[in-house]
Design a protein around this ligand. Structure first.
Ligand code: ATP
Ligand code: MG
Length: 429
């Protein structure tokens, strides 16, 4: 016998029980996006490597060590499985002139790929949904996106996800800050780890992002980026904070928050929970006014966020807020060749009327079929045996209620079955 194969490490199967929760989750996300006027976009999982190099930045975790990159053996192209979807969304917007007639609001959902060390809440294939508002410059749309997230947590019944906010200013403001930060880091060089030492000169802001507590400790007295912001940046940040306050969305300003991707400016934010251990950031975003130009488009202000579906579904599960999946309405039991055909047509009629019907397959005694009906979770069993077949009827049996079974006529099946489902559901509350 051949050795059984396994999925790739860090890439998970979502099995049916869990997939039901995902479907329910995705339906809530889709509804939320629609209610905010965001339109869906679907971009390929594969892009040219250069897109991510240019968009995300060379000196970032993603580009330095997390990308699944390979050469297409058929034509020699360098390709990468998308590690995130903002770069692709902006690439598509430029390629198809999506902002030609003015700003657009877009959203996406799907798998992303990063070669990280797998652990709880951190996988190599994981899923994000995200929203991108392209062509809007003001803090009003930053607020819109953040308020949308707050509304989504509410729709999901999730509590205790806190918002951290910062402004990282303009490129010029960061350049001035950079010089001061490097001077500070040079004084603290003994406390820095290899990553931090390397980034100190190539991308010192990234050092602020370090997950190493020793490095974080050395940063205690580091200069604060907020103090380097000019009037315009501060006004943008002030405008955002005012709108969030008006909307009743609490936040705390975290001056160390810089985000792990290079393309951000002005607003950056993260939604964090304490309930998932180390992997507590469930959603992150910010403004990226320079990205369009960086990948060859016209200057276009933009802002967006991406949320981790695995982490949010885990939180949803722990909170016990996942809605129960709907039971099938009927399990259709039948025996004998003529009965199979009769049952098939009856099942089709009920499905066309909107009912979920599982038709027994694979034969077996009435008793064993009845057991399967019970295990299926269906509200009702429908039975077709020789007797029923001769009479042109089906036997209807309540599986979740103590009620007498009944015969229903095939030619009035749908109406009788509708009524039976209604009463079974009503009694179930
Ligand atoms: P981290 O600091 O945890 O590595 P990040 O800054 O790399 O996060 P983003 O690129 O901002 O993450 O992605 C947005 C969200 O996507 C994260 O907040 C998280 O919820 C989710 N996410 C990112 N990487 C992973 C992963 N490897 N597995 C599962 N979810 C992830
Ligand atoms: Mg990361």
């Amino acid at each position: 016998m051949a050795t059984p194969l396994q999925a790739i490490r860090g890439m998970n199967d979502v099995l049916p029980d869990e997939a039901e929760a995902w479907l329910a989750f995705e339906a809530i996300v889709r509804d939320c996006m629609a209610r905010h006027g965001y339109r869906n976009i679907r971009t390929p999982l594969l892009e040219h490597t250069v897109l991510f190099r240019r968009a995300i930045g060379e000196v970032t975790d993603i580009v330095e060590k997390e990308m699944y990159t390979f050469t297409d053996e058929l034509n020699g192209e360098q390709l990468t499985l998308r590690p995130e979807a903002t770069a692709s969304t902006v690439r598509a917007a430029i390629e198809h002139s999506l902002t030609y007639n003015g700003p657009v609001r877009l959203w996406y959902a799907g798998p992303m790929y990063r070669h990280e060390r797998p652990q709880k809440g951190r996988y190599r294939q994981f899923h994000q949904f995200g929203a991108e508002a392209l062509g809007f410059a003001g803090p009003d749309v930053d607020a819109e996106l953040i308020v949308m997230c707050a509304g989504l947590w509410k729709s999901l019944g999730l509590e205790g996800i806190r918002l951290e906010l910062n402004s990282i200013g303009s490129a010029e403001e960061r350049a001035r800050y950079r010089t001061e930060l490097i001077a500070y880091l040079e004084k603290k060089v003994e406390a820095l780890d290899a990553d931090a030492k390397r980034r100190m000169h190539t991308n010192p802001l990234r050092v602020l992002d370090s997950k190493n507590p020793i490095v974080q400790d050395a940063l205690k007295d580091a200069p604060v980026l907020m103090n380097f912001l000019g009037e315009a940046s501060l006004a943008h940040f002030g405008g955002l904070k005012k709108l969030l306050t008006a909307a009743g969305v609490p936040f705390s300003v975290n001056p160390r928050l810089v985000r792990g991707l290079d393309y951000y400016n002005l607003t950056v934010f993260e939604w964090i929970t304490d309930k998932l251990g180390a992997q507590g950031t469930v959603c992150a975003g910010g403004r990226y006014d320079g990205l369009f130009e960086q990948i060859g488009g016209k200057p276009t202000p933009a802002v967006g966020y991406a949320a981790g579906i695995e982490r949010l579904v885990a939180l949803w599960q722990d909170a016990g807020r996942i809605p129960k999946s709907k039971a099938p309405h009927a399990y259709l039991i039948h025996q004998g060749e003529g009965a199979a055909e009769f049952a098939l047509l009856a099942a089709q009629a009920l499905r066309e009327a909107g009912h979920a019907v599982i038709q027994h397959a694979g034969g077996g005694s009435f008793k064993s079929q009845m057991k399967k009906a019970d295990n299926s979770g269906a509200l009702l069993a429908l039975i077709v045996g020789e007797d029923e077949l001769r009479a042109g009827e089906l036997t209807l049996k309540y599986l979740r209620r103590d009620r007498p079974q009944a015969r229903i006529r095939r030619d009035t099946l749908v109406a009788a079955f509708n009524a039976a489902v209604d009463s079974a559901l009503k009694e179930a509350g």
